[in-house]
Ligand binder design. Structure first.
Ligand SMILES: [Fe+2]
Length: 678
């Protein structure tokens, strides 16, 4: 009997476990360099558990919550940056989904890392139709094995009303994106159709509340997403999921919200968003900035930004675009119009389309095609508004027949009943490529934004011993993969130069970014410490002037002998070392035979020696010695005079410290005496 009961119990438990299942997801939100959020829905209340690890066959780490829910949310923390993990989800009874090669995620690189980034954007897709699936498949085929770093949702993520049941059937179900949710987190923004349900909960006679406080923006969209509120992935905290920002590598993203407009025209919501985005952009130091929201500022697709009832489009253009351009952001990506439209590089256009003034608002009127030499080049080293490209990609599941598509800011458009597609961005170093990927897998249009951002580091002046050489490396920030180096006046054109000590003393490193044409240069000097030579003049040894010295006698340093000259008092082997910075150059040895100290001829006395101010020459042989000359060590005559009858006074006050010679002569004799000026 007992055994039967236990068997019955096990059968019931087993049946219960078998009937448990995941009916939504798992999907992922807010990946950062060290964390990620998992979400999934089960058909029964269960606890929450994630198994994960870097080996798909060994999910050796777990995180769990002992709750009892159907909508599961679990955040993994403490992850390693830029690392692929595999996972499974379930509950305390076991795994319910995952544990396949496609259940994986890759943590973000460290913030600010200059890493290549792939971004995929889709708009107005959530119809659960063939167009939606075909667009997804066209991208999956296009991407191949290339990792997608950021998947951007542009709003109207589901039709018609943003209901949870619609999300379930058209987004999370198999005919939606169920096969890519397991490895591709998304970064959403809501559209007006997502807001139908949000506003439906707070409407009167079918009209949305005006001035709906932002904290009251609740509903299925906000239940489904978990986006940063506290700058968990970079940016500035918005405190809300209504709008937010994040960083990936060297790119800053702003997910704005075009549904915060206010029919009563109080502008409370849009002003709150504006105040936040200014704070956000003030702290932004990333090279590229991309904003995305649903309702575009410029369109002549299925929505016309010139129509007076397009309140959200007008508000975004008038209130938000000037602020974004004030921070010189690069790209604005929207949906809403069920077409593809891509603008020129423009700025300052905040009115209806007839007010677009080409001379003042068109920054670059080419097609932006890199291979045709038309890339849009922006200079990050000034604070000018250099222009922004505006993209409308509202055709990732929606299409419209015969839209006008004639907005004057647009460089390229695609529309029509079967004109489905998505927008792909690739960022590498200072280059951003934007591509319109048509549903047939072809690229309908592409443009490139390049940044002049090359900054060379200063190069220290160098000191080289004569005969030595040094390798100097170019250090820099920014620039593209195509840099041209010139080390002038040498012929080196690599990223480092090999300098031998020779007569050249000034070098210039000139680096050209071949993609942007930007040039930066740095000049540095090379001081060459010569190999010293010793010259004996009379009884004094001299070497080159202008350095630090140490004299040696028989290989031993001579205490205090640190001038460029030295007067030996004994015979022996003398040498001198020239010293500067890290260089010390030793002279050859000079054998020196002392001639003895000069003895004054009878009748002279010269004093004091060394002299500080006045030197006296006492002369008892006035008739025999007539002239006096003072010369320096280079033989230059500094003073020429006649000897006075008894004592001659010579002022040394103005002479620099060093060796001088007193030359006395008459018609038949001359004699030289050495004097040291202190
Ligand atoms: Fe829309």
């Amino acid at each position: 009997m007992k055994t039967s009961l236990i068997c019955l119990f096990l059968i019931i438990v087993s049946a219960s476990l078998k009937s448990q299942g995941v009916i939504r997801g798992p999907y992922m939100q807010t990946p950062t360099h060290n964390s990620i959020i998992f979400k999934w829905r089960t058909n029964q209340n269960t606890s929450t558990k994630v198994w994960f690890g870097t080996d798909s066959t060994n999910l050796n780490q777990v995180s769990s919550i002992n709750n009892n829910v159907t909508d599961h949310t679990l955040t993994l923390t403490g992850l390693t940056p830029n690392t692929t993990y595999f996972y499974a989800v379930g509950n305390n009874s076991g795994i319910l989904a995952g544990q396949t090669g496609n259940h994986r995620f890759k943590t973000n690189p460290l913030p600010g890392a200059e890493t290549p980034v792939r971004i995929w954007a889709i708009g107005d897709f959530g119809k659960g139709n063939a167009g939606q699936i075909n667009v997804k498949n066209s991208y999956v085929n296009y991407a191949g094995t290339k990792h997608t770093d950021v998947w951007m949702w542009l709003g109207d993520n589901v039709y018609d009303d943003g209901k949870d049941t619609e999300y379930q059937s058209k987004v999370f179900a198999y005919n939606g994106f169920s096969d890519i949710f397991s490895w591709l987190p998304f970064w959403p923004t809501p559209g007006n159709h997502d807001y139908n349900e949000i506003w439906a909960q707070s409407s009167f006679l079918g009209i949305p509340y005006s001035n709906l406080p932002l904290q009251n923006h609740v509903g299925p969209y906000y239940d489904i997403v978990d986006v940063p509120k506290q700058a968990e992935a970079g940016g500035y905290p918005s405190q809300l999921e209504v709008f937010y920002s994040f960083d990936y590598g060297n790119i800053h993203f702003l997910s704005l919200n075009s549904e915060v407009y206010d029919i009563a025209n109080t502008n409370n919501g849009i002003n709150q968003m504006k105040a936040w985005l200014i704070q956000d952009l003030q702290q932004n130091d990333k090279l590229f900035t991309i904003a995305y929201f649903h309702q575009p500022p410029y369109s002549k697709g299925s929505h016309n930004s010139d129509d007076i009832y397009e309140l959200a489009m007008t508000k975004m253009r008038e209130k938000i675009i000037p602020e974004l351009e004030n921070f010189d952001i690069d790209l604005v990506v929207c949906g809403h119009s069920h077409v593809f439209e891509r603008s020129y590089l423009i700025s300052g256009h905040y009115g209806f389309s007839p007010s677009f003034d080409i001379p003042t608002m068109m920054k670059n009127g080419t097609n932006g095609n890199f291979t045709q030499g038309n890339a849009y080049i922006k200079d990050t080293l000034n604070n000018n508004d250099e222009g922004t490209v505006y993209v409308v990609c509202g055709n990732s599941g929606s299409s419209e027949t015969a839209p006008a598509l004639n907005h004057p800011v647009m460089a390229y458009t695609d529309g029509g009943s079967n004109a489905y597609g998505s927008f792909v961005m690739d960022v590498k170093k200072n280059r951003l490529d934007g591509k319109y990927l048509k549903v047939d897998g072809t690229i309908g249009n592409e443009f490139t934004i390049l940044k002049k951002n090359l900054v060379l580091s200063s190069i220290n002046n160098q000191v080289l011993c004569q005969g030595d050489s040094i390798n100097i490396q170019a250090n820099y920030k920014g620039g593209s993969d195509s840099l041209k180096y010139e080390w002038l006046p040498t012929n080196y054109n690599t990223n480092s130069v090999y300098i031998k000590s020779n007569s050249i003393t000034t070098y210039t490193l000139k680096v050209t970014d071949l993609l942007t044409g930007q040039i930066d240069s740095k000049t540095f000097n090379v001081t060459i410490i010569p190999s010293p030579t010793i010259t004996a003049v009379n009884d004094t040894l001299f070497t080159q002037q202008g350095y630090a010295y140490q004299w040696y006698f028989n290989g031993n340093s001579i205490s205090g002998a640190t001038n460029y000259y030295y007067a030996p008092s004994q015979s022996g082997n003398y040498s001198v070392e020239l010293i500067q910075s890290s260089c010390s150059n030793m002279s050859p040895i000079l054998p020196y035979i002392s001639l003895g100290i000069n003895e004054f001829e009878t009748g002279f006395s010269i004093y004091p020696n060394p002299v500080k101010t006045k030197l006296y020459i006492k002369n008892d042989l006035i008739n025999n010695w007539k002239t006096i000359e003072v010369t320096n060590v280079e033989g230059k005559i500094l003073l020429s005079d006649k000897l006075k009858p008894t004592t001659t006074e010579i002022n040394f006050s103005n002479y620099a410290a060093g060796i001088y010679f007193i030359n006395l002569s008459n018609s038949t004799k001359n004699q030289q005496f050495k004097v040291v000026k202190e």
